[in-house]
Every structure is written in C-alpha cells, then in structure tokens.
Design a protein around this ligand. Structure first.
Ligand SMILES: [Zn+2]
Length: 97
C-alpha cells in the first residue's frame, strides 16, 4: 500500500464515521475516531513532505518541546511523532544554556 492509498483509505473511514454520527449516543466515540484518523492522515502527509522536527530539551533538562510547534508532549514522553503537529521527530537537541 502506498502513502496515497493509505490516505484514501483513512479518508474513506472518516466519511464512513461521519455518516454514522447521526446516532447521538455514539457521536462522541465517532468524533474521537475521526480525530485519530485525521491525525493519521496528517502524519502521512508530513512524512511525505519529509518535514521533521526535534524535541528540544530546555537547559533544565526536563521539559522537552517540539522545535516546530513548541508544544510539550503529554507525559514529557519524547515520542517518534509530535502529537500536536504530527512531524517526525529526529534526534533530540539540547538547547545551548
Ligand atoms: Zn510539533
């Protein structure tokens, strides 16, 4: 499966979920599904563009934040992808104190 095919599949799933959102009882769950699917699409698109970022560790060595969007990751976990902007993270950098 190519990136393009994966994005198309994810978009289909979003469409599918949207069509189910008339059911009030489940709409919150579907909304979360859509959010996750959209996140996946963003991640693939960022990956294709080859845009990367890195976790910057402050001089206190404790609070990492994304070099592009400036967001701190939940639980200060330096994940492979920024949970906020979806960029792939490369080697963390220590800011010069
Ligand atoms: Zn980011």
């Amino acid at each position: 499966m190519t990136n393009k095919e994966a994005v198309e599949q994810l978009q289909d799933l979003i469409h599918d979920r949207r069509s189910l959102m008339t059911d009030v009882e489940y709409s919150d769950i579907y909304k979360q599904d859509i959010e996750a699917l959209q996140f996946g699409i963003n991640a693939i698109e960022q990956m294709e563009k080859g845009e990367t970022a890195n976790w910057i560790i402050c001089c206190d060595g404790y609070y990492p934040f994304c070099s592009v969007c400036g967001e701190e990751p939940p639980g200060r976990e330096m994940s492979m992808y920024c949970p906020n902007c979806g960029r792939r993270m490369v080697t963390p950098e220590r800011s010069k104190a």
